[in-house]
Design a protein around this ligand. Structure first.
Ligand code: SIN
Length: 311
């Protein structure tokens, strides 16, 4: 974890929470995820998670079965639309990686998290939380690359003016996987034209695309667990704000997205192999950083828990 200790450590009896981020981000010490957690410890840990929006358990040694069993305690696990990048035998695990197989094909999603987003926000039942387990991290000259940035959408909402909160009250936004794919493919082409890294993109079938139709959600969304309001709008998936003229909608989208990622709402996670990092998709957005390339390898396993339907 980076950043100064601005929040105090707390003792939850069975484990300790260290809070380096100002609004979000905490390290939980004293829990071994390869062992089943008793219900009381699990409930306290879940409380610490929703209080802190992003948490890390360092130095974990877990199998895919153990990651699935642990995250399943929070709810139903999703099977990602990109089935070509699910872990063999474990469809609940999405591989996030820049590693290529012997045929030169990407074994996982190479550019997950290119834009600020929350996972699966384009679903009618958007993800509640994700857990990313780091098996390999890229290290150059002793420095770990490929950190992940997070921003608290609840802290961002809290600081909006009363007038803006009023304006957002009845507004919705459309989250679209198709829109995201088009943006992502355009960004990949631009990178290639600049002579930057090549993403080995797998073309999705029409059935895959059809399985993730657009979905409408409130911009100011009430968190399904904590009841806090947060900004549920992001640059990756929000295609437009229905009911507003395009120029006005685009301007509002840009204003809100820029607001969420202001430095005061941020936490940067510096990875270590063995980290199990969990983030609350209803309270935080995130973005990956691609400052590494093969032969530096990054290999992670993600599980994603389904949340309740948005109203
Ligand atoms: C993601 O967006 O799920 C991946 C984030 C990362 O690889 O840092």
């Amino acid at each position: 974890m980076t950043a100064t200790a601005e929040r105090n450590p707390s003792n939850y009896q069975d484990f300790t929470v260290i809070r380096p981020g100002r609004h979000l981000g905490a390290e939980i010490r004293g829990i071994d995820l390869s062992e089943p957690l008793d219900d009381r410890t699990f409930a306290r840990m879940a409380m610490a998670f929703f209080d802190n929006e992003v948490i890390v358990f360092r130095n974990q040694k877990i199998t895919p079965e153990q990651q699935i069993a642990f995250t399943r305690r929070f709810g139903v696990l999703e099977q990602h639309v990109r089935k070509e990048h699910r872990l063999d035998g474990y469809p609940e695990i999405l591989i996030v990686s820049n590693v290529l197989n012997e045929q030169g094909k990407a074994i996982g999603v190479e550019d997950a998290g290119r834009f600020w987003h929350s996972d699966l926000s384009y679903k009618r039942e958007p993800s509640l939380l994700s857990a990313l387990y780091a098996l390999e991290v890229p290290v150059k000259n002793g420095i770990v690359l490929g950190h992940t940035d997070f921003a608290s959408t609840t802290a961002a909402y809290d600081t909006l003016s009363g007038e803006m909160k009023q304006r957002l009250q009845d507004l919705k936004n459309v989250h679209s996987y198709r829109y995201y794919r088009a943006r992502n493919i355009q960004a990949q082409k631009e990178e290639q034209a600049r002579g930057q890294r090549t993403v080995h993109e797998h073309v999705l079938t029409p059935e895959q695309i059809a399985s993730v139709p657009d979905s409408e959600a409130p911009i100011a969304r009430t968190h399904p667990v904590t009841g806090r309001k947060g900004l549920f709008i992001n640059e990756a998936h929000t295609s437009h704000i229905p009911g507003l003229p395009k120029a006005e909608g685009d301007a509002l989208l840009a204003e809100l997205c820029a607001h969420v990622i202001k430095p005061e709402f941020r936490y940067a996670h510096q990875w270590q192999a063995g980290d199990l990092l969990m983030w609350d998709n209803a309270a935080a957005q995130h973005k990956a950083n691609f400052d590494y390339e093969l032969p530096l390898r990054r290999l992670m396993h993600r599980t994603t828990v389904r949340g309740p339907a948005v109203a």
